[in-house]
Design a protein around this ligand. Structure first.
Ligand SMILES: [Ca+2]
Length: 330
């Protein structure tokens, strides 16, 4: 991601995915957004209101935001008044974004075995087998994306596996409510989420989405690859050529993940990381395993994965899942 807010966001989104998907990979969810509204000018939508009513009726920051959207992007004020009158404040989103204050002693060392615990959630038989199946079922799209964008196919598969368990856990939170809540009811990253809300509304207008329909993670990430609205607008691609960018569609999601990697500097058919015996400066990372630290030499492609989520553990899990799926597929 381009900014640090987004990097942190993906960590948080991942934390949620951990609780939501890794522990229960059998849960299936149908694609939440497979129908497209045709593009309708916003004035024509059934949203017209003089004032904001409902939860956000008295929110000055929202009034300022609407003014900005009208002046900067020529949205209709009555349309936005009506739309935001339907916004719901989501208390669980506030709780997830605002961890309770910690009053205990400052930890001096990271918890031993953090990598072992993290790895267990993603490098599972279910992830590997479902990865092989996902690859087979979407072989044409994956092959085309790999060739078009120069990205090794196993990494496209692994990202989608870790983000959403191959599309089965794309999140059920209405994105409009999540971003409105994060923008106007939380403090820490309000500016970032306000910008994502702006991008979300632009995205719905550009792509013809009905704003109340898209669903995703509590933090506003959408589709099989969990793109934030700003990433959607800049990096999503219409890979099945149906005239719409739809990250809930497998074909479009596969192309979009590959495009994201390509933009981040992925080097096709080049190494990602290899295990070494001890710390050797420069490009060595240390991961805390139960049996002691693991040391890995990492290559530029490892940093590309970290642009998706700025965490060594995340990038290593993607790498190892990719390799495991590739091996199993042979
Ligand atoms: Ca499409």
């Amino acid at each position: 991601m381009k900014n640090t807010g987004c990097k942190r966001l993906f960590k948080l989104a991942l934390a949620l995915a951990l609780t939501g998907c890794a522990g229960n990979p059998a849960v299936k969810t149908d694609s939440p957004y497979h129908n497209h509204a045709t593009t309708i000018p916003d004035q024509a939508l059934p949203y017209q209101a003089q004032n904001i009513t409902g939860t956000y009726a008295n929110s000055l920051p929202l009034k300022n935001f609407i003014r900005h959207m009208v002046l900067e992007h020529h949205f209709s004020e009555s349309y936005l008044n009506s739309l935001f009158s339907k916004a719901k404040r989501l208390n669980y989103v506030i709780r997830l974004e605002t961890p309770p204050p910690y009053h205990g002693p400052k930890p001096t060392h990271p918890k031993v075995g953090g990598w072992t615990r993290y790895r267990k959630q993603f490098i599972t038989e279910a992830h590997i087998n479902n990865g092989v199946a996902f690859w087979s079922n979407n072989a044409d799209a994956i092959q085309k994306a790999s060739v078009t964008y120069g990205v090794d196919p196993e990494y496209i598969v692994a990202i989608i596996g870790i983000e959403t368990f191959f599309g089965r856990n794309v999140g059920k939170t209405r994105t409009f409510d999540a971003l409105t809540t994060l923008a106007f009811d939380t403090q820490r990253r309000a500016k970032f989420f306000t910008s994502e809300l702006e991008n979300f509304l632009l995205m719905t207008r550009e792509e013809g989405y009905e704003p109340l329909k898209p669903v995703g993670s509590w933090a506003g990430a959408m589709g099989l690859g969990q793109f934030m609205p700003s990433s959607f607008r800049s990096l999503a691609v219409d890979f099945n050529n149906d005239g719409h960018r739809n990250l809930w569609d497998k074909f479009d999601a596969i192309g979009s993940v590959a495009n994201y990697f390509s933009h981040s500097g992925w080097q096709n058919n080049m190494p990602v990381a290899e295990k070494i015996k001890g710390y050797s400066g420069g490009s060595t990372i240390e991961l805390s395993a139960k049996k002691g630290s693991e040391y890995w030499r990492v290559h530029p492609n490892f940093k590309v994965i970290k642009k998706y989520n700025n965490s060594d553990k995340y990038a290593m899990a993607v790498h190892q899942l990719a390799q495991a799926i590739k091996q199993r597929r042979l």
